[in-house]
Every structure is written in structure tokens, then in C-alpha cells.
Design a protein around this ligand. Structure first.
Ligand code: COA
Ligand code: MG
Length: 410
């Protein structure tokens, strides 16, 4: 099974089965439909979007293209919301992105106990200027040394920014390890020249590696100018990366640098940066990327973290940056649908179907008006739950105690 490619400005996380996958052509303007053709010009056996089987070969052969397109519409595959939810976490969940300073041997040894979706081995701001070389050396050792067991955690590295003058040395060291990380995080991406630089350098460093899959690229937006440029940066980076070993997978809102950039004073409710926080998630979702929320630096205040993480999840963020081990499970929980949410969504979908069959577009469910947009929200919850496969056991989110109330806030 191979992962499909990205076309145009949209990302399509489909999979196809068949040993001789060769090409994939867009058939119509609909954002998610492709014709998959093998070397022998035969249609492939199966097309999946996310976890959903779209067509198998028998159906494909019998139906003809026109009918397939109609069927695609019927299945609402062109519904942006359901596609977005399929893309929401893309290949892997990143509910907590846990920074481990690359120069701190003691903290690196803690990796096996972190149990974070994603571990970020940091070369950047968690490392003192005098320790950059040591961080590269230790990270290299950690990646290639099987003694440090990452368990279920993803292995990723944050390099220094392009403008720092340190990034090339980071990339040369990190991308020459035997066991490459699955994702590189690049901070302070300010413009497309940075992406071009990154692609040029990494293409050169990786030219002799026969990589079977692209690595993920997650970039940070951390300044007023980067916020202004974010749409162009995102759209352009997706295009530029087509000819690289990387595929953009997410955007991180680097809130502390952003505070500094605009001269704002930080508070725990992050109200001063509400516009940028909302904008980052909007752009990320427009391009079907993961959106990673702000850091909560007051790591002893767990109540405050729960509140901010739940708020980020409700805004549409898919995960959060984490600096201390106590923050990991809180974020995993916050960015997973609760059992209560899942129950609400399942019932709502059932009711919606029944009402559609009886000819009603809008109806009342648990004292609230339900129509198609609410159905799409419920489908989002179910898609994320299915993706994560293990819903959170506890249901501590007060805001979701009564989901019917939530649905009235449209
Ligand atoms: N990664 C791995 N282990 C960590 C950790 C991290 N980020 N943060 C703390 N720990 C470990 C500590 O080593 C300590 O282990 P021990 O019990 O064996 O001594 C344990 O968790 C408890 O830590 P604690 O004593 O409460 O905190 P600390 O004073 O050691 O560290 C920070 C506090 C904030 C300095 C530390 O959490 C840290 O460096 N975080 C990352 C900062 C960073 O990367 N910033 C840049 C991105 S925003
Ligand atoms: Mg930063």
C-alpha cells in the first residue's frame, strides 16, 4: 500500500493497492477525486480516502467514469468538511508535541517514559547558543541508538531557523543519520525564500539516500510578518515541496516569539493573540494541514493548561506544543473526542439520516435545531475518533457536558 501524492493546492490522503502503482490523474475540479492507473493502463484495485474505501475494482470496471463521479457526489466525498476531518491528523496523531532539549542528556533519557504522540528533539530555543554542537551530536546518537526506545512516540527534530545561520549544520548532521526522523520542524518560517532554501539544501543532503517515503515538514509561524504572509507561505511551500523529500504536514503557532514580535504582554488565557491564533488554524485547515497550538509555559498550573488545551481543540487545532512531561496526557485527552461527544455525534448522524428519509432538512435533536452544518460537525468528531481509535475514557470537558448547548453556538 502506498501513499498517494499531492496535487495542486490540495492534499489528498488516499491510498491505493496494487503492486504497479504508477500514476494518478485528476479527473475533475472536485477536490478529492482521482483516476489511478497502473503501468499497464489498468485501473487499480482499490481507492481509499483516509480509512474509507471509495471504490474497488469490480465497481470501478462496471460503473464507468461518469457514474463514478455521480456516486462520488452521492457519497458526499466532495464535502470539504468530511475531507478536512480525514486530513485532520493526516497520517498520524500529533496531539502533544513534546520538546526535549537536544543538549540535555538527562531529559533525552526520559524519552521512553514520555509516551507523547510526538517527541521533538530540539536544536532551537530549548538549547543554549553554546550547546548547539552538543545538541546535534546527542540527537544524532539518540536517533541511531536503539537503546533509547521511543515506544509509540514519533521521532522528530526541530532545527534552527533559516535566518539563524545554524540551520544548514543542523540539517547536515540530522539528515545524515541512519534512522531518519519522520518529520523535521522548521521554526520562524518568514517567507517562501526560506522554503526554497530548505528544499535546495535538503535535496542536496539527501540526494544519495533512496528514500521510499517523503518526510513530513512542519513549519512555525512566529512573527507579525509571517502571519501576514501565511497564506502565501503555506500555498507556496506545498508547491515547492513537491520537488523535495518533504511534504508539509502542519503549522505550529509559535506564540511566544509572536508575543515578542508584536510587543504584547502574555497572559494565561492568550486573549492578546486571539486573532493570530484563529488565523493560523484557519490557514492550516484551508490547506488540510495539522494545526498545532500555543505552548503553556506555566507548567505547574495544570488546570490552566486543561482550559487552554480544550479551547484550542474547540477552535479546530489538532494538537499542542508541550514542554514538560506532566502536560502530555492532558493534551492527549483534550485533543481526543470524549465518549460523550462520540455518543452525541453517533445519535445525531442516525437521527439526521432518519429525517432525511422522511424529507426533513432541519429538525430538533436534544432541544437544538440540527441541519447539515451540524451533521458535518458531528461527522468531524466521528472521523477524529475513528482515526485515534481509542476515545478518551474520561469526560472531564465541562464545555461538552451538554453537546446540544454547543450546537446552538453556530
Ligand atoms: N523532556 C524530558 N524530560 C523532562 C522535560 C522535558 N522537556 N522536562 C522535565 N523533564 C523531566 C526532568 O528531567 C525531571 O526528571 P527527574 O524527575 O528524573 O529529575 C522531571 O521531568 C521533572 O521535571 P521538573 O523538575 O519538574 O522540571 P525541570 O526543572 O527539570 O525542567 C523545564 C523544567 C521547563 C526547564 C523543562 O521542562 C524543559 O526544559 N522543558 C523544555 C523547554 C523547551 O524545550 N523549550 C523550547 C520549546 S518552547
Ligand atoms: Mg519559537
Amino acid at each position: 500500500m502506498r501513499q498517494g501524492k499531492k496535487y495542486g493546492t490540495h492534499i489528498h490522503p488516499f491510498h491505493c493497492e496494487g503492486s504497479d502503482y504508477i500514476s494518478c490523474r485528476k479527473l475533475e475540479l472536485g477536490i478529492c477525486f482521482f483516476r489511478l492507473v497502473s503501468k499497464k493502463q489498468q485501473l487499480l484495485t482499490k481507492i481509499m480516502i483516509g480509512n474509507r474505501l471509495i471504490f474497488n475494482s469490480g465497481i470501478f470496471a462496471r460503473m464507468g467514469i461518469g457514474n463514478i463521479l455521480k456516486e462520488a457526489h452521492r457519497l458526499r466525498l466532495l464535502s470539504t468538511t468530511s475531507i478536512q476531518s480525514q486530513c485532520r491528523h493526516k497520517n498520524r496523531a500529533r496531539r502533544a508535541l513534546m520538546y526535549v532539549p537536544g543538549s540535555d542528556e538527562k531529559k533525552l533519557k526520559k524519552i521512553p517514559s514520555l509516551n507523547s504522540d510526538c517527541v521533538v528533539l530540539d536544536c532551537e530555543d530549548g538549547v543554549a547558543a553554546s550547546q548547539k554542537g552538543e545538541a546535534r551530536r546527542l540527537i544524532r546518537e539518540v536517533l541511531d541508538n536503539s537503546e533509547i526506545d521511543f515506544g509509540r512516540s514519533e521521532r522528530t527534530v526541530r532545527v534552527n531557523s533559516v535566518d539563524s545561520g545554524l540551520c544548514l549544520a543542523d540539517l547536515e548532521e540530522i539528515l545524515s543519520v541512519k534512522n531518519l526522523p519522520s518529520c523535521i520542524l522548521i521554526p520562524k518560517l518568514e517567507n517562501l525564500d526560506h522554503t526554497k532554501w530548505f528544499v535546495e539544501k535538503t535535496n542536496s543532503i539527501l540526494k544519495d539516500r533512496n528514500l521510499k517515503e517523503k518526510l513530513d515538514l512542519i513549519f512555525f509561524v512566529e512573527s507579525a510578518m509571517a502571519i501576514l504572509n501565511l497564506k502565501e507561505i503555506t500555498e507556496g511551500s506545498i508547491k515547492i515541496c513537491q520537488k523535495s523529500h518533504f511534504e508539509p504536514a502542519g503549522i505550529v503557532f509559535g506564540s511566544d516569539d509572536y508575543y515578542a514580535s508584536i510587543g504584547a504582554l502574555r497572559s494565561n488565557d492568550a486573549s492578546e493573540i486571539a486573532f493570530a491564533r484563529q488565523y493560523v488554524v484557519t490557514v492550516a485547515k484551508a490547506y488540510h494541514l495539522q494545526a498545532v497550538d500555543v505552548v503553556y509555559i506555566d507548567f505547574k498550573d495544570q488546570k490552566g493548561l486543561i482550559k487552554q488545551a480544550m479551547q484550542g481543540a474547540a477552535m479546530g487545532y489538532t494538537g499542542k506544543q508541550v514542554i514538560h512531561p506532566v502536560q502530555v496526557s492532558i493534551c492527549h485527552e483534550a485533543f481526543s473526542p470524549s465518549l460523550k461527544q462520540i455518543e452525541w455525534a453517533r445519535k445525531l448522524v442516525e437521527e439526521y439520516k432518519k429525517h432525511q428519509e422522511s424529507g426533513k432538512g432541519a429538525f430538533v435533536f436534544r432541544e437544538c435545531m440540527i441541519d447539515r452544518p451540524v451533521l458535518l460537525q458531528a461527522e468531524n468528531i466521528l472521523a477524529v475518533a475513528e482515526f485515534l481509535s481509542k476515545p478518551s475514557e474520561s469526560d472531564s470537558n465541562e464545555d461538552w457536558k451538554d453537546n446540544s448547548k454547543h450546537t446552538t453556538k453556530k
